[in-house]
Design a protein around this ligand. Structure first.
Ligand SMILES: [Zn+2]
Length: 187
């Protein structure tokens, strides 16, 4: 009778020991998962220090960014990769997409008047096909939303698009999709 009782107790003890071990294991797994989820969630916050705003008011996207397929360029009569976004708006005003410093103001027949602005975190924004009356010069500090010029037809490589801003965003020297940082589609 004594032995039977003891073995029953031992069996119970073993069962609960297994349960307790399983509980501890669950807690450890939950902790590891929550820590890794937290790490993943924090990453975009640290790279999103630059506050972007729209480069045009009530902009209409006439040609979107695409790095995975060719788009037809009517002006040059050829298919090409378009690593920028072409925008138009009623008043054609062009604004700096973020706080930064104007690094260059140039012009050539293919791209028209071009303003390049450097921002924090390795971001650079480039505004092409501007008209000749650019509001900024190299070295100027600009705020997000500050007017820098007006969209135009000065870029001969996209003249058939009509008056527009050819907007390019680079991160660490590589063109990135502006749609990932600025809500261009939803005005
Ligand atoms: Zn373009």
């Amino acid at each position: 009778m004594e032995i039977k009782k003891e073995s029953k107790f031992l069996r119970l003890f073993r069962r609960y020991a297994v349960l307790a071990f399983a509980c501890v294991l669950c807690v450890v797994i939950a902790l590891v998962v929550s820590i890794s989820v937290k790490k993943g969630g924090e990453a975009p916050v640290s790279t999103q220090a630059v506050k972007f705003s729209l480069p045009m008011e009530n902009a209409v996207v006439v040609k979107d960014f695409a790095d995975d397929h060719l788009q037809f360029n009517e002006s040059l009569n050829r298919w090409e990769i378009h690593l920028s976004v072409d925008l138009t708006s009623e008043n054609e005003n062009v604004f700096s997409a973020a706080k930064g410093v104007v690094t260059s103001v140039e012009s050539n027949s293919l791209d028209g008047y071009i303003v390049e602005i450097s921002h924090d975190d390795g971001f650079v924004s480039v505004y092409s096909s501007l008209n000749e009356n650019v509001d900024v010069k190299a070295g100027d500090k600009v705020e997000a939303g500050q007017k820098i010029g007006k969209a135009s037809t000065t870029a001969s490589n996209e003249s058939k698009t009509g008056s527009h801003l050819h907007f390019t965003l680079l991160k660490d020297g590589v063109e990135v999709d502006p749609n990932n940082y600025i809500d261009l589609q939803n005005k």
